[in-house]
Design a protein around this ligand. Structure first.
Ligand code: TYM
Length: 335
């Protein structure tokens, strides 16, 4: 369909998707595929900025394609692609990097956190450069909307800064994307430490619920979720554990937090945790079935990536040649 606005967003194929990725991101993406031209990337080039296993990365990339489809990203309606298949992401990142102040990258929260972790070991310059590559992912597609969870806000702001800087330096080229964060689910927290976001790098894996966790594991993780002192079931700043559970319950059932607070007045914390667990099990069962039906079909997964690459590369080449012209590179010879 012509003239549809463009959505671009991505996730890293590192390990498995968890509830935070689903509520904060992928579920909202699935709601956009009927109305927008959607590009959903699996950013394998970002995934090599931290120590990793090549065989695992390959496997995770395929599993991510299957997970995208299982979560409702129908490849007949949107483009699913692997970042490394597209010529343009790293090329544009180089050009944007030449406009990006080093100090701004050194001040990025994620860089500071990851490079200063006790067990960080080797810190490659790719980690520092990560947000520039992310800006290139977005600007290469001239995206109108970039739906992400709360944790990506600072990266999105840098992308906006770079788009504006490029436009001011070379003349109007890029659309400046808006920050597009959902109202519910934007920040799902760890079940074990609700002060921190749910993350696959959580030291205590009981805090992180994966989309493919079997029902018994999901129930166990919720059973061991930390709650707060007192007995009330209300979302309040001094009740981070219960607030997080209410947030998850609301995201899983589509019912408002206020309604859930009223319905659960007087329910014990133990029973409340079981109810949240059942809502999550019900939500994830059909996703898990769809995932299992496709994950071992390599031909189908490769076909999906090939279709996605075709569509993405077309847009990427167009933007890249425009950018090359603007920055003063001479015309590329046909070879
Ligand atoms: P990644 O792979 O860490 O996460 C994918 C998406 O999931 C969201 N998310 C969460 N939302 C709510 N609560 C949580 N606990 C939670 N954890 C993760 C993230 O906000 C994200 O939307 N840098 C990005 C990948 C990326 C990208 C891009 C995104 C690379 N290029 C271009 C958008 C556009 C990342 O590491 O996401």
């Amino acid at each position: 369909m012509p003239d549809r606005k463009t959505v671009l967003t991505c996730a890293q194929p590192t390990g498995q998707l968890h509830l935070g990725n689903y509520f904060g991101a992928i579920r909202n993406w699935a709601n956009m595929i009927d109305d927008y031209e959607c590009f959903f990337g699996i950013v394998d080039q970002h995934a090599i900025t931290m120590p990793y296993e090549p065989a695992e990365l390959r496997k995770s990339t395929y599993r991510m394609v299957a997970a995208y489809v299982a979560c409702g990203l129908d490849p007949a309606k949107c483009h699913l692609f692997a970042q490394s298949h597209i010529i343009g992401h790293t090329e544009l990142a180089w050009i944007l990097g030449c406009l990006c102040p080093l100090g701004q990258l050194e001040r990025m929260t994620q860089y500071k956190e990851k490079s200063q972790r006790e067990n960080a070991g080797f810190v490659g310059s790719g980690l520092l450069y990560y947000p520039v590559l992310m800006a290139a992912d977005i600007l290469l597609y001239n995206a109108d909307r970039v739906p992400v969870g709360e944790d990506q806000k600072q990266h999105l702001e840098l992308c906006r800064d770079l788009a504006i800087k490029f436009n001011n330096t070379y003349s109007e080229t890029f659309r400046v994307p808006s920050v597009d964060i959902p109202k519910t689910g934007a920040r799902i927290r760890s079940l074990q430490d609700p002060e921190r976001k749910m993350s696959k790098s959580d030291a205590n894996q009981n805090g992180c619920v994966y989309l493919l966790d079997p029902p018994a594991v999901i129930r166990k993780k919720f059973k061991s979720a930390v709650t707060d002192s007192g007995r009330e079931i209300v979302a309040r700043e001094d009740k981070p554990g219960i607030s997080n559970l209410l947030n998850i319950y609301s995201a899983a059932t589509g019912r408002s937090i206020e309604k859930l607070e009223a319905e659960n007045a007087g329910v014990s914390y133990g029973d409340f945790k079981s109810k949240v667990a059942e809502a999550v099990v019900d939500l994830l069962s059909p996703i898990q079935e769809r995932f299992e039906a496709i994950v071992n079909d390599k031909d189908q997964l490769n076909g999906i990536l090939a279709e996605g690459a075709k569509a993405a590369q077309k847009v990427a080449f167009k933007t890249l040649s425009k950018v090359h012209r603007k920055v003063g590179f001479v015309e590329r010879p046909r070879i």
